[in-house]
Design a protein around this ligand. Structure first.
Ligand SMILES: Nc1ncnc2c1ncn2[C@@H]1O[C@H](COP(=O)(O)OP(=O)(O)OP(=O)(O)O)[C@@H](O)[C@H]1O
Ligand SMILES: [Mg+2]
Length: 361
């Protein structure tokens, strides 16, 4: 292996699998605990009576957090409000968050048709994130800098080289079966980021690939986990670990970081999921007792699908005619279950209980 120079395109980036011990005792131990936390989350998700109920919310949360790594910031309230309101979205941060969510959906849909992670899949994802302005880099000049503006890494240059490395990555992901999938996930993530196939959006595409891989490997059937939250919290560490692999072949501490990400976000995800299911049950009971004429299971589910709702949502789900659902929403507000806000000419109803859970760190 030739010497690494952060200012020269790293065309010598070694192919996978790495020439290092990736199954040290610490790694194996952490793989077990991370795998256990993930399995608990997965089991709980599988046992939910209506697992798709929260998906929109969960994907949006992940999209928001992942975009935040790139400093695309929006508040939960603004995000959910603009999603439900009829008016056109002007805010570019919100647009990017929504494109990210779409990219995740697209990835999941493509996996259903073709259960492999491929270069083409990566390109479709980044195209969705960047609204069709990206493809494999074919001009030189991409560098990664730190916050002081110093170049810290120059990814491989030349479309042919990049494509060759991606083919190796693809083969590694889809074929090497003797490595634990969680360890493999960490390896593939480093490699993807180090190849850095696009001029922008590599981080976000790489994070979507993590979720797709968890699904593909059967470890998490519904990718209801906020990996990006962990990365935001330990961002400096994240960059440091990636550099450690490149500069000093320090795979172990990088892999441990990724495994800890899985463990922590799985436990937190499970906690949050339990909180949401308990809150749905409590709210349903309260409405049933206080407002038996308004109550229905379907109505309560709509209130928990996204933090904001409106008359149209209830009408579309056949809860009642416009007048009836208008009365329902008003009664729910009068009894403290919802809070109405005006957005333009529209009236939206906020479920504060749900928003509060989503905002908890
Ligand atoms: N030293 C490094 N070696 C390899 N990859 C790195 C290094 N430092 C950062 N990266 C990766 O590059 C990503 C940023 O690349 P890029 O700007 O193309 O992606 P993005 O999605 O627009 O941004 P972000 O990941 O910040 O949201 C980081 O998220 C990280 O995964
Ligand atoms: Mg970027």
């Amino acid at each position: 292996m030739s010497k690494f120079d952060r200012k020269i395109p790293y065309n010598d980036l070694p192919l996978l699998p790495p020439k290092a011990d990736i199954e040290t005792k610490s790694i194996l131990r952490k793989t077990i605990s991370a795998g256990r936390a993930l399995a608990q989350l997965n089991g709980t998700l599988l046992n939910l009576p209506n697992p798709t109920l929260f998906l929109d919310t969960i994907y949006l949360q992940e999209a928001k957090a992942s975009s935040e790594v790139e400093n695309i910031i929006t508040t939960n309230d603004e995000l959910y409000k603009s999603l439900v309101a009829d008016r056109k979205i002007e805010n570019s941060a919100i647009k990017e968050v929504l494109s990210y969510k779409e990219a995740l959906w697209l990835g999941l849909e493509q996996l259903k048709k073709k259960p492999f992670i491929t270069t083409n899949l990566c390109v479709s994802i980044v195209q969705c994130i960047k609204q069709h302005t990206a493809s494999i880099r074919n001009t030189p000049g991409t560098t990664l800098s730190n916050t002081k503006g110093e170049v810290i890494y120059t990814p491989p240059s030349g479309e042919k080289v990049i494509r060759e490395k991606l083919v190796n990555l693809e083969t590694f992901i889809n074929e090497s079966e003797n490595i634990d999938p969680l360890i493999k996930m960490a390896l593939m993530h480093y490699q993807f980021e180090a190849i850095h196939p696009f001029s922008d959006g590599n981080g976000r595409t790489g994070r979507i690939l993590l979720l797709l891989y968890l699904k593909l490997s059967g470890l998490l059937n519904t990718p209801a986990i906020y990996l990006s939250e962990y990365i935001i919290k330990h961002k400096a560490d994240y960059y440091q670990k990636l550099r450690g692999v490149t500069e000093n072949n320090k795979w172990e501490s990088y892999i441990l970081y990724m495994l800890d990400m899985i463990e922590e976000t799985s436990s937190k995800g499970l906690e949050r999921l339990n909180k949401i299911t308990t809150t749905i049950a409590t709210t349903a009971n309260e409405i049933k007792t206080k407002l038996p004429k308004v109550y229905s299971k379907d109505l309560v589910e709509i209130l928990f699908r996204l933090p904001y709702t409106k008359r149209r949502h209830l009408i579309d789900e056949h809860i009642g005619n416009p007048k009836t659902v208008g009365n329902y929403l008003q009664t729910l507000e009068e009894n403290g279950f919802l809070k109405s806000v005006k957005v333009g000419k529209e009236k939206l109803y906020l479920n504060q209980r749900l928003l509060k859970i989503l905002e908890e760190k």
